[in-house]
Structures are given as structure tokens and as C-alpha cells.
Design a protein around this ligand. Structure first.
Ligand code: AOF
Ligand code: ZN
Length: 378
């Protein structure tokens, strides 16, 4: 049985399992240190930094989740994490925490464990490398190098140039799994797109009267709320808004994800659909008018322009068909109810022009789980 308060479950529904999108560190400019260079206490402090990073889950997009711990004489003197995009980065949070605790005199020569290479650029916030150097930190242990073009090795170089010992690669894989969406988005310069659909065994998502509530059971729906919590935006078509009157917010049982704003991408012209059913959760309502957004590149540019790193496509049939036809689905999550609707129901996917078996699009099954009396195929 799946328990939505269980973190192992979050991993499986929320990409920490890496699925097919974890990128290994093959950067020649920032080779990982040999694993022998890390002591048991290094490992324990970096695990703690990763646990802190995880507290930002759902909220940091398009930024990564990052945690930092400052240690002197085997004691933690300051710690912090990146709470959300636009707020202080983890390193500055940790330095501020050390100061607030009266530990400023201990910063000189201390070791910082940080899950991502400190940034060296001025973005929404000033460079972390400057804060680390200014604080007099003597050694920095980094889980993973950054892939942001503005940083990518330059942050580590800046610290080394300032005479700081920098060791890289402790729990690199764990961090890349945690931040797999960030790495995907920065490397591919496009959002990670997940299609989610709930249907009967014969692939019907609504009756002939467009009734679709509720095909899947409550447990399946709670998994969808985890997904909305973890991804930046949901995308739906005009008919889904008209017939389902969706709220399109995140009603997750997981405390960290509760009330997380969900951006709502609507495939319709503005003023063409009622939006009064949408929850006021702070998420943006973005209209992707089909006349302007007709090709996959248009959709990707639209997402990049709005800094949307991940999208949960929630239907209906026309929208699923468009994403499949344009090869835009990176992951598909299907919930099956053990019922048949018959041929008068609405098909999950419309015509794809398939006349021969070899023309079928094929997918790789990552997992099949029973969720109460539903089956989840991922
Ligand atoms: C860090 N520590 O905690 C985070 C980092 O727009 P900004 O200023 O927030 O910068 C965003 C970029 O900074 C992001 O793409 C990533 O490269 C890095 N994020 N870096 O040193 C942090 N969140
Ligand atoms: Zn930074």
C-alpha cells in the first residue's frame, strides 16, 4: 500500500529514483575527487546537507534544491538551505545562521559541506563564492558541480584561486537524483514533461457526457497531488477546464508540498475559458493559444520564457494526442480503474494515423504498482 506521508513514496512518485533522467558527471573541467578522500564524518555532514536541501522540494524551481552545513572542530556551527527561487542561496543562509548563533569567530578555517558547486555569478542573488571567501572558510566539500552555464566549474575554480581546498563528488549521484529535473532542464534547455492520465481498462477517460469524476481512486489522486507539488506547472486543454472545472492546485498530504503554487498552462485563448474554478494558490495562469503555440519548439520556447522547468500534462484527449504526436512526453504515468466503459466513452488518445504495427510508438515500463484497486503504470 502506498502511504503519501512516507518519503520513500515521494522518491518513487517524484523523480528521486532518477528514472531515466539522471545525468552523470562527465565534466572534464570538474573531475570528482577519489572517494577515499572523504572520511566517515564528511559523509555524515554531507548527508545532513542533502537532508536540508530536500526541505526546499517543490519550491525552488527553476533553481535546484541546495543545502549547506558549516563545521568547525567536528561541530556544526551553521546550516541552511535554499528555500525558494529568489531567496538566499544555501551557502549564504548557512553563513548567516552561523553569525546569528554567535559563531562568526569560528568561520575562519571552517569546512563547508554544500550539495551544489557555489555559484560565482550575480543572478537574483549575489555570488556565493564571494560570501564563502569573505567568511574565511578553509575547505569546501561539494556534492556536485553545477550545470548552469554561468557557473559550471567556475565557482570551484574561484574558490581554489582564493586558496580554499575544494573536494568534489561526495554523494554526487544522490544529489543528481534529487535534482534530476534541474539537471535535465539546464542540460536540454527544455522542460521535463510528464503525461498523466486516469482511465478505464479500455482506455476511456470520460463518458459520452464528458463525465470523468472520479475515474481513479483517492490514493491515485493523492499521487497526482504529489506530482503537482513536485513539478512546476500543469497543462490542460480547453474542454478539461470547461467540463471538469478543475482547481489545478496541489492538495498533497506531504507537509513540504502543501499549498505549493502550481502554474496553470491552458491551451486556449485568454477569455475563451472560465478560470473561476482554479484555486488561488499563487500559481500563474498562462494561456498557450494554439494559434501562437502550434509547434513543439513554440511550446518549449513558451516554457523557457516563463522559466517552467517541468510540466504535468493532465489532458484531455486532444492535449495528450498533441504531446505524443510531437514526441514531447518524457514520462507517462497511467492510472487504470478495473472497469470497462465501452465504445461510447472518450479515448485517452485520438487518432495517431497508425496503420501498421511497426508505426507504433513504444515506451519502456519503469514500474507497475497496485494502488488500492487501481493500477499505476509508470
Ligand atoms: C548556489 N547555492 O543554494 C543555489 C544555487 O537566480 P539565482 O541567483 O538564484 O541563481 C540561480 C542559479 O544559481 C541556478 O541556476 C544554479 O546554477 C545556482 N543555484 N547555487 O551556490 C544555491 N540554489
Ligand atoms: Zn549561490
Amino acid at each position: 500500500m502506498i502511504n503519501s506521508n512516507n518519503t520513500d513514496y515521494i522518491y518513487s512518485a517524484n523523480f528521486d529514483d532518477g528514472h531515466n533522467i539522471v545525468s552523470p558527471n562527465n565534466s572534464a573541467s570538474v573531475p570528482n575527487s577519489s572517494p577515499d578522500e572523504f572520511s566517515e564524518s564528511d559523509k555524515s555532514f554531507m548527508s545532513h546537507a542533502l537532508a536540508l536541501a530536500r526541505l526546499g522540494m517543490g519550491w525552488t524551481s527553476p533553481n535546484p534544491m541546495v543545502g549547506a552545513v558549516i563545521v568547525k572542530n567536528s561541530q556544526i556551527i551553521g546550516e541552511g538551505y535554499h528555500h525558494r527561487c529568489g531567496m538566499l542561496h544555501a551557502e549564504r543562509e548557512a553563513i548567516a545562521d552561523a553569525k546569528a548563533k554567535g559563531n562568526e569567530p569560528l568561520l575562519k578555517g571552517a569546512t563547508m559541506f554544500v550539495t551544489l558547486e557555489p555559484c560565482c555569478h550575480t543572478g537574483r542573488t549575489p555570488p556565493c563564492t564571494e560570501a564563502v571567501i569573505e567568511a574565511g572558510i578553509g575547505r569546501v566539500v561539494v556534492a556536485s558541480a553545477d550545470v548552469d552555464d554561468r557557473v559550471a566549474g567556475n565557482g570551484i575554480q574561484a574558490l581554489r584561486n582564493a586558496g580554499i581546498q575544494v573536494d568534489v563528488g561526495l554523494f554526487d549521484d544522490e544529489n543528481r537524483r534529487l535534482n534530476s529535473i534541474f539537471y535535465f532542464y539546464k542540460q536540454h534547455k527544455r522542460p521535463y514533461i510528464v503525461l498523466k492520465a486516469a482511465m478505464t481498462l479500455d482506455g476511456k477517460i470520460a463518458t459520452s457526457e464528458m463525465d470523468s469524476s472520479w475515474i481513479s481512486n483517492e490514493q491515485s489522486r493523492s499521487i497526482v497531488h504529489e506530482l503537482r507539488g513536485r513539478l512546476k506547472a500543469v497543462a490542460v486543454g480547453k474542454n478539461t477546464v470547461i467540463y471538469d472545472k478543475p482547481r489545478l492546485n496541489c492538495r498533497s498530504d506531504t507537509p513540504l508540498l502543501q499549498n505549493k503554487p502550481v502554474d496553470k498552462i491552458i491551451f486556449a485563448e485568454q477569455n475563451d475559458v472560465p478560470t473561476d474554478s482554479f484555486a488561488s494558490d499563487g500559481g500563474r495562469i498562462l494561456f498557450a493559444d494554439r494559434k501562437k503555440i502550434s509547434s513543439p519548439d513554440d511550446f518549449i520556447s513558451f516554457c523557457m520564457e516563463h522559466e517552467i522547468d517541468s510540466v504535468l500534462v493532465e489532458g484531455g484527449s486532444g492535449v495528450y494526442t498533441w504531446f505524443l504526436q510531437n514526441d514531447l512526453a518524457d514520462r507517462i504515468i497511467l492510472f487504470y480503474r478495473p472497469s470497462f466503459m465501452g465504445s461510447d466513452g472518450l479515448n485517452v488518445v485520438g487518432g495517431l494515423g497508425v496503420t501498421k504495427i511497426h508505426q507504433l510508438m513504444n515506451f519502456h515500463i519503469h514500474s507497475v504498482k497496485q494502488v488500492g484497486d487501481n493500477i499505476m503504470v509508470d
